[in-house]
Design a protein around this ligand. Structure first.
Ligand code: NAD
Length: 443
């Protein structure tokens, strides 16, 4: 069969693209070498959030005093938490399989390689068979980056995030190399389950791309709780211990396991025959409509090296398929309104520009101005910041720390995406009592 679209990779970009093409009545073939759902569903967002939820339940059970609850002999079974995680993953993977179960979609389990390409068709090899399609969408994702640190390779002490997620037993203590999103989420998981944690970050701050006032509040809380955070600290060697260089000299961190999470790199193998495909720093270059420099080749998700988030990947996929279908008007992604969440405790959620990007009017308010927040977050203060354009009064950015800000940052994204001014946003009615009301209180 001659397919309209061949998709390599069945993660959020790949399966969303398949769904969009199926809806348009186009024949699609999707190749996945492992499990549908990609990194997000199998070894990323979903398993992490599932384990984090178990850890939070345990933590709340052992810290219920301030809510008038005393529980004795509370314990946890990490093996059971892992089993539940697997169950959640299986269920969601099955959900994706069901969505792709259509007369318009063929799913092939195997390693796909591009065999040849002309402007009319792309030929793909997989499991010894050849498949032809008019268009190719590359959604091959990314893999854990292994930095060139002596002793890091083949060291049983060293884990990447996939190995950490799979471990059946907790480490006795952990050193986390990289205080980015993955590092801080694992720091939360281990800390809440009672594992001593040291975070080693090369930059002067953890979560360097986020609003630094918000990050400062998280750091203060985590350090008070006993998480050791070392910034401006470079790991120079990993053996039985972790050797680090700081401005004050060399130090050694002892830990049972060393979790390395210092970023991810695009997966570009299998594309070698795509002559002249343009790359930038190892990622595929795409235009605003996710088209590469080759006429019938598109890319979406982490492989484009833009913003490595599942929700960006799925939106990129929708845009790519819209472009292939020549939808009018053609849609682009509003990169200025991409929300992001760090699942620490408290959560951090943000969208839009930061104070470093622009000289904006900044409104700030502790989350305690929300009644619901006070009712449910004993002893916490939280913070909501809104950045407003000084001339147009449009909402340009929102940055928050406090639970459950991940659940209502979408309202802020909507405001930024639609270019709402302060006056327009004030007309929106928020349900009371919800923590989301802080978005109006802050104005
Ligand atoms: P990251 O880029 O967020 O953080 C990596 C950190 O490691 C940086 O702070 C960097 O300064 C530091 N670093 C780099 N080399 C170092 C070294 N040798 N020693 C010490 N520190 C070093 O990358 P990540 O945390 O690995 O996450 C990868 C991707 O996955 C990111 O794009 C992230 O946004 C995404 N992700 C998102 C979520 C979420 O949305 N909640 C969760 C997990 C991952």
């Amino acid at each position: 069969m001659n397919y309209f679209l061949a998709i390599i990779g069945g993660g959020p970009a790949g399966y969303t693209a398949a769904e969009s093409a199926i809806k348009a009545g186009k024949q699609v073939i999707l190749f996945e070498q492992q499990s549908l759902g990609g990194t997000c569903l199998n070894v990323g967002c979903i398993p992490t959030k599932t384990l984090l939820y178990s850890a939070k339940q345990y933590y709340n059970a052992t810290h219920g005093d301030k809510f008038g609850i005393t529980a004795e002999s509370v314990s946890f079974d990490y093996g059971k938490m892992q089993q539940r995680k697997q169950k959640v993953v299986r269920k969601l993977v099955a959900g994706i399989r069901a969505k792709l179960n259509s007369e318009y979609c063929t799913v092939v389990n195997g390693v796909a390689e591009v065999a040849s390409r002309t402007d009319e068709k792309v030929v793909i090899n997989c499991n010894g068979e050849q498949y032809e399609a008019e268009n190719l969408l590359v959604c091959t994702g990314s893999s854990n980056f292994v930095p060139p640190i002596p002793g890091i390779k083949d060291n049983p002490k060293v884990w990447n995030s996939t190995e950490a997620l799979d471990a059946k037993v907790l480490p006795e203590s952990v050193a986390i190399v990289g205080g980015g999103v993955i590092g801080m989420e694992f720091a939360t998981l281990y800390h809440e389950l009672g594992v001593p944690v040291t975070v080693i970050e090369a930059m002067p701050t953890i979560l360097p791309n986020l609003d630094q006032e918000i990050v400062g509040l998280l750091r203060e809380k985590y350090e008070k709780a006993g998480i050791k955070i070392m910034t401006s600290t470079k790991v120079t060697e990993i053996s039985d211990s972790v050797k680090c260089q700081t401005a004050d000299g060399e130090i050694v961190v002892e830990a049972d396991k060393v979790l390395v999470c210092v970023g991810r790199r695009a997966n570009i193998h299998g594309l070698e025959t795509l002559d002249n495909l343009e790359y930038n720093r190892g990622a595929i270059v795409v235009d605003d409509f996710m088209k590469t420099n080759l006429p019938n080749v598109y890319a979406a998700g982490d492989v484009t090296g833009k913003i490595m988030l599942a929700h960006v990947a799925s939106r990129q996929a929708e845009v790519a398929v819209g472009r292939m279908l020549k939808q009018i008007p053609l849609q682009r992604i509003a990169y200025n309104a991409i929300p992001s969440v760090v699942y620490t405790n408290p959560e951090i959620a943000c969208v839009g520009i930061t104070e470093n990007d622009i000289d904006a009017e900044v409104h700030r308010l502790p989350m305690t101005f929300s009644g619901r927040f006070v009712a449910e977050n004993e002893g916490e203060s939280g913070l909501c910041k809104m950045l407003i354009d000084k001339k147009s009064h449009a909402i340009l950015g929102v940055h928050m720390i406090g639970n459950p800000c991940s659940e209502f940052v979408a309202a802020a994204s909507f405001a930024v995406r639609m270019g709402y001014t302060v006056d327009e946003f004030r007309q929106v009615v928020f349900p009371h009592p919800t923590v989301s009301e802080i978005l109006k209180e802050v104005l």
